[in-house]
Design a protein around this ligand. Sequence first.
Ligand code: NAP
Length: 253
Amino acid sequence: MSVEPARHVLVLGGTTEARQLAEALARESSYRVTTSLAGRVARPVLPPGEVRIGGFGGITGLAGWIVGHDVTHVVDATHPFAEQMSRHAREAEALTGVPLLALRRSGWAAGPGDAWTFTDSLAGAAALLPPLGSRAFLTTGRMGLHSFAHLTDTWFLVRSVDPPAQPAPPRLEVLLDRGPFTLEGERELLARHRIDVLVTKDSGGSATAPKLTAAREAGIPVLVVRRPPAPGDVREASSVAAALDWLGCAHPR
Ligand code: NAP
């Protein structure tokens, strides 16, 4: 007779950290892990363990899923810009009493030699962009491309996992790729496309950070979109190891 694992962890995913957490939990027989993906990417890299894809249907849908699947712990490991999902996770904790941890990597910090300008939104980045450069490397994802659609004089290199949807700026080249990226690769990309300004979200983490080093080396200004405020009153961890500790899971240091 098989024995059900005592703990069922729901990982709200879409990030490297979510995948790493699922990998660690899937190695432990006392944990059942389900990763939830929004379904935005056509061919996602699937983590081990169980995977469900698509929205839950709002806060009550998420709460119902948690209760209906005997979830004992929820880890919100979504991207720092997935504001709505994080808010829903907090509301679902209040409704169900099932404990929630937000796994949030730290944001990036400018160092000597960096020329970063911060803004609060993609629209703000579009407003600040024209005086900074005319050949922009846009790494903010395909979803917000419409914010730049009116910039007819700027040439864009847009890097995204899937092809962007319309509307998009008229002068652009699309590079389909997914991280992690190397410093060497980023240097080569900036030089080959004669990039003179970089636009990024403050995603944090190491997988997409080499572009910032490459921009610093090349003396290229960077427009950084600040993170939206995280929902208050949520337990937070900044590393996968800390999340495993919270789950009571032994792991190699
Ligand atoms: P969002 O605006 O916060 O969420 C919008 C809706 O999408 C949510 O209400 C939920 O639908 C559904 N959803 C989001 N994440 C989900 C998940 N992990 N599992 C199931 N449903 C999910 O999210 P977003 O900014 O569009 O991001 C979507 C996904 O892409 C996230 O999982 C995030 O980790 C990943 N991602 C986002 C960014 C970014 O810059 N925003 C970058 C890289 C990766 P229901 O209300 O129906 O439950």
